[in-house]
Design a protein around this ligand. Structure first.
Ligand SMILES: CC(C)(COP(=O)(O)OP(=O)(O)OC[C@H]1O[C@@H](n2cnc3c(N)ncnc32)[C@H](O)[C@@H]1OP(=O)(O)O)[C@@H](O)C(=O)NCCC(=O)NCCS
Length: 156
């Protein structure tokens, strides 16, 4: 499986993950966001240029007090705000579910962030539905204190 930055040659029109806003994003918005450096978009490419799945990442900061008490104390910092990356979207086409694509995309996120010069301290994600909650918890994410629909995973 090849995971690479979204390019004009990728066929985005047939992507269907079951969440219309996620489908519309990769079809109509992701290329523009990447071109303007508003987001980093990576895709799991299939033969012929189709897309099995994708993720979108952007920069973020997170307040340490938001994390404390739910495992955030493992992130040690003298600053109240930590550098973070936000996983704004991660989705797999319905026809390719359960084949490890989401796990591979998430591993790719973590590897790229750990290798980047800025090395963000945490990866954060909004929990959009119960499937996402199970997937993220299974992947080691924990909910923010008092914000059950936001989750984080330490990167260090
Ligand atoms: C959530 C989603 C990305 C999972 O895609 P997938 O290709 O089926 O996931 P994978 O086959 O790569 O599974 C990865 C791991 O997560 C687990 N997993 C996947 N979906 C799960 C769920 N709903 N509940 C519990 N565990 C789940 C798998 O068992 C697997 O575990 P393993 O590595 O120990 O074997 C997919 O269902 C999707 O695109 N949903 C719509 C978009 C969405 O909700 N995105 C939010 C994600 S932050």
């Amino acid at each position: 499986m090849k995971i690479e930055p979204l390019m004009l040659t990728h066929d985005r029109g047939t992507f269907r993950c079951g969440i219309p806003s996620f489908d519309k994003y990769i079809r109509a918005q992701a290329g523009r966001d990447a071109a303007k450096s508003l987001a980093a978009i990576y895709v799991a490419e299939l033969p012929g240029g189709k897309i099995a799945g994708y993720y979108a990442l952007s920069c973020a900061t997170v307040l340490l007090p938001d994390l404390l008490g739910s495992g955030g104390q493992r992130i040690v910092s003298r600053y109240p705000a930590l550098t973070a990356a936000r996983l704004t979207r991660l989705a797999v086409d319905k026809r390719h579910r359960g084949q490890g694509y989401a796990g591979a995309l998430l591993r790719d996120v973590v590897e790229r962030l750990r290798a980047s010069p800025l090395k963000p301290m945490a990866l954060i994600a909004e929990i959009q539905n119960e499937g996402a909650r199970f997937f993220l918890e299974h992947a080691g994410f924990q909910s923010f204190v008092d914000q059950p629909n936001r989750a984080f995973r330490a990167l260090h």
